[in-house]
Design a protein around this ligand. Sequence first.
Ligand SMILES: *[C@@H]1O[C@H](CO)[C@@H](O)[C@H](O)[C@H]1NC(C)=O
Ligand SMILES: *[C@@H]1O[C@H](CO)[C@@H](O)[C@H](O)[C@H]1NC(C)=O
Ligand SMILES: *[C@@H]1O[C@H](CO)[C@@H](O)[C@H](O)[C@H]1NC(C)=O
Length: 402
Amino acid sequence: MWKFMTLTFVSLVSTAPTTLDVNDFAPINQFALRLLDNTYAYVKNDPNKLRQNIAISPLSVWSIFSLLAEGSSGDTFLELMKELRLPRDLRSTQALHLAARNILKCGDKDVLLNGKSVMFSDCSLEIHPEFCKAAITYSTDIYSVDPSNTTKLANDINYFICLATEGRILNVIKPEVLENLRMVLIDALYFKANWTNQFDPAETKVESFYNSQGKRTGSVNMMYQKGNHSFGDATSIEAQVLELTYGRDRQFAMLILLPFDGVSIQTLLKNLATHSLSWMKEYKLSTNVPDVEVYVPRFKMSSQTDLIPPLQYSGIISIFDKQRAQLPGVSNSPLFVSKTIQNVDIEVTESGTVAASATVIGLETRRLGQKFVANKEFVYLIVERCSSAILFAGVYEDPTLF
Ligand SMILES: *[C@@H]1O[C@H](CO)[C@@H](O)[C@H](O)[C@H]1NC(C)=O
Ligand SMILES: *[C@@H]1O[C@H](CO)[C@@H](O)[C@H](O)[C@H]1NC(C)=O
Ligand SMILES: *[C@@H]1O[C@H](CO)[C@@H](O)[C@H](O)[C@H]1NC(C)=O
């Protein structure tokens, strides 16, 4: 099993400020909606995928990268600050991070919500104590491992993810993915809740499903209920919004955003990514119908997404660049992020929703100029090494099977 690193730091959790209001989460939500837009754009780039269901867990991505921001400098720092929309000073950033953590300590008895973070690092890698302290502040457990045995490390990571997601996400990390990694950061989320007003399974019927141009694309098991839900138009984003709440306390809800007729999903996603979050209040004002008839498909999906391209579209670039990444606050070894993989599993049924995610971020040592491939025309010199005298010189450009 994992060897727990000896830690002598004092936990800061109890001393940092944690009182924040709704507006303080706007930066995280804006990051989330931009990431969704960019993930959709990235996935749609694949011409073989005409239609694809997408699911991401943006809070996990935000959490891990804002932790890495604390160890970054130069362009890497500026890009993370800008795109994660982090407050200018460290104390406010930590307060925001802790507030995000505190959402997970949900008091609603009808809702099961768990978030777990862990850092596995190469026992031979010297991590700066300040970075460890920051990780611990954000409730990240730190384990020291021997990453050269990728089979064992993959087992440990998959075991952690399995426990943290109540068995919803299993064996998603293959040993090959872990090759050359010096540090792995993982954030896992698990959410399970019943609807405040459950759907009656007897009312569920097979019905057609359409794309935004009105063309039939297949069939779904359509659930039905008539109930008291907030819903209405949000003209700023060109969509109709329905809120389905969970549990008796209604502390959590699923918002379903249906584009207006003639508006594509791309346009809706672009609107969400670029407009203010006022739509989250706007739709509640426009109508006040006590009994709305609701039709929502029952669905289940699992996805694995490489989030590096969508994050690059968002402007986070240098942290993934082995030449330019600047993470001096993490370790003296020059590191860069070479893997960002997110697995999400979600199931929406008549009784409620189960959603789980595991975000795995891998860091490698920057090995500059490690590879030399003479597979194009080259010049060669034969020299005497003390004097550097050139004894022979030549050009090789006509390949033969010697
Ligand atoms: C959720 O709904 C299911 C099915 O209706 C029920 O069996 C279960 O007890 C409910 N759970 C909670 C926590 O209310
Ligand atoms: C790697 O770990 C696995 C599982 O713990 C073990 O069976 C195997 O012998 C290890 N391989 C090496 C090369 O140490
Ligand atoms: C609907 O819910 C709102 C609050 O969510 C409440 O004020 C209203 O009385 C409810 N209406 C009915 C008909 O239950």
